[in-house]
Design a protein around this ligand. Structure first.
Ligand code: FES
Length: 146
């Protein structure tokens, strides 16, 4: 293989691999869960995490919630068994809407990253995300707004 051909093929690989990884990460489908509200409590049925109502083994890692009077969605993440985390998808740097993917929240504006508990992984943001207190019972997850 001559030098020019080697450089061209290596260049395609270097560009292609990150593109492929990004495409695979974006394949996680975004799902807006059905929920109801009682006062300051949002009620989310646990079945909203099932990809298929007939198959309780195939679950979503997270669902998004649109909540009245909130300008941004809330992401409800299923961490393990009865452990969930909820964070407002508004970047604390300058207020852009965060993207969900690869197990983190990332900001398309200036690159801040947060984990699913809303803690900062990288700046320029210096404040963690707004998070919510959650409780559960057999059927539902309850998100406390205030
Ligand atoms: S608005 Fe998110 S990093 Fe600047």
């Amino acid at each position: 293989m001559n030098r020019k051909k080697f450089i061209r093929q290596t260049g395609y690989l270097l560009v292609g691999i990150p593109l492929g990884v990004n495409l695979l990460q974006s394949c996680e489908s975004i799902y807006y869960a059905k929920s109801s509200q009682q006062g300051s409590k949002i009620i989310i049925p646990k079945t909203e995490f099932y990809k298929n109502p007939d198959d309780t083994n195939t679950k979503r890692k997270y669902v998004l919630l649109t909540i009245e009077n909130l300008k941004f969605p809330v992401c409800l993440y299923h961490l393990k068994k009865e452990n969930y985390a909820a964070a407002l998808l508004q970047c604390t740097h300058r207020g852009c809407e965060l993207e969900v993917g690869g197990g983190i929240y990332s900001c398309p504006c200036h690159g801040s990253e947060f984990n699913t508990k809303g803690e900062i992984l990288s700046g320029p943001a210096t404040k963690q995300l707004k998070t919510y207190t959650l409780t559960t019972d057999e059927k539902n997850i309850y998100l406390q707004l205030s």
